[in-house]
Design a protein around this ligand. Structure first.
Ligand code: SF4
Length: 164
């Protein structure tokens, strides 16, 4: 059965394809990881006054919509990551496919005290369609993609699985 592509899958696709495979196969170790805990904590404490949380089709989890037609995603990262940008572009893409257009999006990096405006171009749409098809392929594989050590491995919730 085709799996629904979620924003988290798009994020993991750009971070590590092996992590994506673990996640798609519902191997979930995220709760044990300190960094994930930090993310959840930030989620709960940042911008509390403006907070509105939307879950759309279990695909999109938008941290809040601050003003009319403005999506906000809060990232705990201390770096502006390509993966996070593509995740938010996917939100815009997903909603656009369902007739919701003219949305603006912004990623808030509270630890960096920065914001980034995200827009969706025609090239982004082509790239996302490519990414979606690659994610389906990875999901359908019986085994995870080969291990390839990365800078983020030390902080990854699946570290112990990869470094047995
Ligand atoms: S530990 Fe490294 S290789 Fe393994 S899933 Fe995490 S990021 Fe990917």
């Amino acid at each position: 059965m085709e799996k629904r592509i979620t924003g988290v899958m798009i994020y993991y696709y750009f971070i590590c394809k092996r992590k994506l495979w673990y996640f798609c196969h519902e191997i979930n170790m995220e709760n044990d990881n300190e960094n994930v805990m930090l993310g959840k904590l930030l989620d709960e404490t940042t911008y509390r006054r403006d907070e509105k949380h939307f879950n759309i089709d279990n695909v999109i989890n938008i941290d809040f919509i601050k003003e009319h037609k403005e999506l906000h995603e809060v990232k705990k990262s201390r770096a502006i990551e390509e993966a996070g940008i593509w995740q938010v572009k996917y939100y815009l893409y997903y909603l656009r496919q369902r007739g919701v257009t003219n949305l603006k999006a912004q990623i808030d990096y509270p630890l960096l005290k920065k914001n980034l405006i995200i827009e969706l171009s025609d090239e982004d749409i082509c790239e996302l369609e490519n990414v979606i098809s690659n994610i389906s392929e990875i999901n359908n594989q019986d085994m995870p993609p080969n291990f390839c050590q990365k800078r983020i491995c030390g902080k990854c919730a699946y570290h112990d699985l990869c470094f047995i």
